[in-house]
Ligand binder design. Structure first.
Ligand code: PLP
Length: 424
């Protein structure tokens, strides 16, 4: 049996839903080689994960060196230097007063722990999240996810969660224009607090760019306005940087674009370039709310993953990857906007850094072109390019390459996308 057949036979059907027929053999930077010898430019990075590139030699070297020493010690039973070093590094690079990290293995786990922490610290029990959001697939993280497609057939979910309208300007819940809306969606958070909750809200939870929802960057003043409201009601701001964190959006963390400091932040995906690792980080007084032993996980802060993470962050900093991402964002957006002029199926080009979404629509009424988005992805695949498709309406092309992608590779990727749109 080959790999694809073994998947059909032995792997849970849920993992086959959107699978792309490429059997990974090896990767190099922003290029993936398939088992069949096929070569693809990777513009999806394992869903925004391999930020410093496939087979990054520095990450491999750091991980190998740690592998040779020890793989596991249980980092809360014995002291582990890689985890301590990474915790120090995260305290240095995260915004504001964020300082103490709890390490786990996946984005959902980090968000679960962060939710527990904000409830424990505030003594309050309710949460507000965003419609169109995604925070993971455990019970609690699905409870704060604002997307029926992700939640179906498993409810009812955790009580005490209210949802605020997504700051999704292209499809504004209030049918307003960003230039004149007065940030209605941000102001509406106060209505939610007053009318939907019992006043017992621990935290407002948001992604600083809604990734799975369709690469939706909230407008510039959004988080400042929301934070003003939260401060008035003594509600914490819990920011989910699982997909946006670690240089993806042209800042180390996407919330830095908005000039507000989160009270708690979760990171995962790109933090260790593919090694399983996540963390949630808070200032002393919030982190110290946990009593010793109150929240633990066996594999959290795995030393190999932590060593890989440190190498990833050091590489990003030394190679000034953020500067490159900012330049490439500008170039790519201009290029996609020029393609948009030719192809009216492109309704919106948006995103930050190398986290760009291209929303496809059938007409001026913005009818989602989901089948077409899928067709473009398949056509790109045939031409040697991997992109994602997502969004709440499944009509958004997702361009999220390894951050080390070269200008030439990005140019080729844009040309393939243009050609695929032309063939539709
Ligand atoms: N939060 C956000 C913003 C995500 O995009 C994801 C995954 O896509 C998660 C949480 C869940 O992360 P994981 O799949 O590692 O549990």
């Amino acid at each position: 049996m080959n790999t694809i057949d073994k998947y059909s036979e032995y792997v849970n059907t849920s993992m086959l839903a959107g699978i792309v027929p490429v059997v990974f053999d090896r990767g190099e930077g922003a290029v993936v080689f398939g088992e069949d010898g096929g070569k693809h430019i990777d513009c999806f990075a394992g869903i925004s994960v391999t930020s410093v590139g496939h087979s990054n030699p520095e990450v491999i070297e750091a991980a190998k060196a740690q592998l040779d020493k020890y793989i596991h010690c249980c980092s809360y039973v014995y002291y582990s230097k890689p985890m301590a070093d990474l915790a120090e590094k995260l305290a240095q690079i995260t915004p504001g007063r964020l300082k103490k990290s709890f390490f786990a293995n996946s984005g959902a786990e980090a968000m679960e722990g962060a939710m527990r922490m904000v409830k424990t610290y505030t003594g309050k029990r309710e949460l507000i999240a965003l419609q169109t959001s995604f925070h993971g697939r455990t019970y609690a993280t699905l409870s704060i996810t604002g997307n029926l497609a992700r939640k179906k057939r498993a409810g009812p979910y955790m009580p005490g969660v209210s949802f605020a309208p997504a700051p999704y300007c292209y499809r504004c819940a209030f049918n307003l224009k960003p230039e004149t809306c007065g940030m209605r969606c941000a102001e509406y958070v106060e209505d939610i607090i007053r009318f939907d909750t019992s006043g017992d809200v621990a935290a407002f939870i948001a992604e600083p760019v809604l990734g799975e929802g369709g690469i939706i960057p909230p407008p510039e003043p959004y988080f400042k306005k929301v934070k003003e409201i939260l401060d008035r009601y003594n509600i914490l701001l819990l920011i989910d940087e699982v997909q946006t964190g670690i240089a993806r959006t042209g800042k180390m963390f996407a919330i830095e674009h908005y000039g507000v400091e989160p009270d708690v932040m979760a990171v995962a995906k790109g933090i260790a370039n593919g090694f399983p690792l996540s963390a949630f980080i808070a200032p002393d007084e919030i982190a110290d709310t946990f009593q010793p032993g109150e929240h633990l996980t066996t594999f959290g802060g795995n030393p190999v993953s932590c060593a890989a993470s440190l190498a990833t962050i050091n590489f990003l900093e030394r190679e000034r990857i953020i500067d490159k991402v900012v330049e490439q964002e500008k170039w790519l957006k201009e290029r996609l906007e020029s393609i948009k002029k030719k192809y009216p199926i492109i309704g919106d080009v948006r995103g930050r850094g190398l986290m760009i979404g291209v929303e496809l629509v059938k007409d001026s009424a913005k009818t989602p072109a989901a089948a077409e988005a899928n067709a473009v992805r398949n056509s790109c695949l045939e031409k040697g390019l991997l992109i994602g498709v997502g969004g709440i309406l499944t009509n958004v092309l997702r361009i999220q390459p390894p951050l080390v992608i070269t200008d030439d590779q990005l140019d080729e990727a844009a040309a393939i996308i243009e050609k695929s749109l032309g063939e539709l």
